[in-house]
Design a protein. Sequence first.
Length: 78
Amino acid sequence: MTRFLGNWEVESDIILPENIPFLRYDHPASLYTVFLRKVPERPNNQAYLSMQFIFDAPTLMEAKPIGQQLAKEFLDFL
């Protein structure tokens, strides 16, 4: 297996406090690790988080669908 990194910006109602630069979540079964960071304010005042998603996949071709499915699982969890 190879480790991959996916980057997304997601609209969120979650706001990280000013004194916390990022939030890390490790899946209990070690399927992935997620880092959430605040994205600088947008003109329309919507809150966005940067989501860096580290996961394993067998090949580069399989990484995108696997990463998307795991990211969706994590966002549903939130």
